[in-house]
Each structure stands twice: as C-alpha cells, then as structure tokens.
Design a protein around this ligand. Structure first.
Ligand code: DLZ
Length: 209
C-alpha cells in the first residue's frame, strides 16, 4: 500500500489550454531550482495545448517582487484588451473587457491589420519563487507577505494566481520539490502541478463567470 495519502488527485477532466493565455512570473533567487520549476510548468502548459506564443515569461529579482509583477501584468493585459481598437481593414472596432474570439487574435493577420491589436488578457498567472530559510527572520516575513499578497491579487482581480512559491527549510527540501533531489529519490517537480493548475483554473473562471 502507498505509504502516504498526501497529495493531489488527478482530475477526471482533461482541461484544454488551447485558447488560454498564461503568464509565468519567476524570481531569480535560487535559480537552479527555479529553472527546473519553470521548465516543469511550461512543459505541462504545452502538454495541455497552450500555444507557445500564449505563454509569457517574466522575471523579477526575488520572491518579494512577485506580487507587484503579477498585479501589473494582470492589470496591463486587461487594459490592453479592453481598449477600443479600430480594425484597420473593416472599420470595425473592438471594445469591452470581453476577449475577442481566439481565432482573430492568433490567426494570420491581413497585411497592416495588426497594429494595436489588443492582447488577450491573461487567463491565469503562475508566480514562481524559491525561498530557503536562512539565519534571520527574512524568510518568515517574505513567505507571509508574498503568500498573502498573491492570494489578495487573485481575489481582487478574479484572475487565478497559482502559488508557485516553495517555502523550504533546507536546500534539499527545495531540490526535491523541483525533481532535483540528491537522494535516492529525485522527488517531484511541483512546477508541473502548477502548469496543470493554471490550465484548470484558467478554464474554470470562464465557466464560472
Ligand atoms: C533577500 C532574500 C533572501 C535572504 N532570500 C531569498 C530567497 O530565499 N528567495 C527569494 O526569492 N528571495 C530572497 N531574497 C530576496 C527578496 O525576495 C527581495 O528580492 C529583496 O529583499 C529585494 O526586495
């Protein structure tokens, strides 16, 4: 029998990410671990059909900077998508916060027609950081403020913010959660779970709207 009951169960539904636009914002502290987590997230996004052109990756110095970056990226993408943009070909315009159908966003544009084409708002944002406890209280303050801020952003904006912040007491704990464990088991790459969570939550919010 499996020695542990802990962990996420597979969803019964295979969520389709082909119409989703996802942002990944990652810190650069503890980059070996970060790189593996980001790669795991991107791999699962693509596996679920998210187009490479609809995956936007941004970096910030440390985890403390993640909330502001997420907040600005969500706000920026929604402002762009809700501005009125004349269609240079047909004289039509698109306005409102509703996204235009995907086909018109990603299809091959007629020559000269893509100037100012509004970007699809992000359907989900994955915030990735790796905090490893040191000798001072820095760790506790950053873990607490970042997790609370990320939760607030998703509740305030309605855009899912996936909590991809490892709060590890040791380097080994962080490595194991990125599939880079130094022991017999390499552990599991949590970035993969975050990619899947982004597609699932990005799909849900449209259904729940
Ligand atoms: C300062 C700091 C420390 C000590 N540790 C980490 C860490 O383990 N993981 C991380 O992502 N960032 C760390 N930082 C940097 C802060 O998050 C932040 O970038 C700086 O305090 C500047 O605001």
């Amino acid at each position: 029998m499996d020695p542990t009951i802990k962990g996420i169960a597979q969803s019964d539904v295979q969520y389709d990410g082909s119409s989703l636009r996802i942002a990944i914002v990652h810190a650069r502290w503890n980059k070996t671990v970060i790189d593996a987590l980001v790669a795991g997230a991107v791999a699962k996004l693509k596996e679920r059909g998210v187009k490479e052109s609809n995956i936007v990756v941004e970096t910030v110095p440390g985890s403390f900077e993640l909330p502001l970056a997420c907040s600005r990226m969500i706000a920026g993408s929604h402002v762009q998508a809700s501005s009125t943009v004349p269609d240079l070909l047909g004289g039509l315009s698109f306005s409102g916060s509703l996204s235009p159908p995907n086909a018109s966003r990603t299809g091959t544009p007629a020559p000269g027609a893509i100037l100012n084409l509004p970007k699809q708002p992000f359907d989900a944002v994955i915030a990735i950081g790796v905090l490893i406890k040191g000798a001072t209280m820095h760790f506790e303050y950053i873990c607490d403020s970042v997790s609370q801020a990320l939760m607030k952003i998703q509740l305030d904006t309605g855009v899912p913010v996936i909590f991809g912040v490892l709060t590890a007491l040791t380097e080994d704990q962080a490595l194991e959660r990125a599939g880079l464990g130094r022991g017999v088991s390499k552990g599991h790459n949590h970035g993969e779970d975050w990619g899947l969570a982004a597609v699932e939550m990005g799909s849900h919010v449209h259904r729940w709207a």
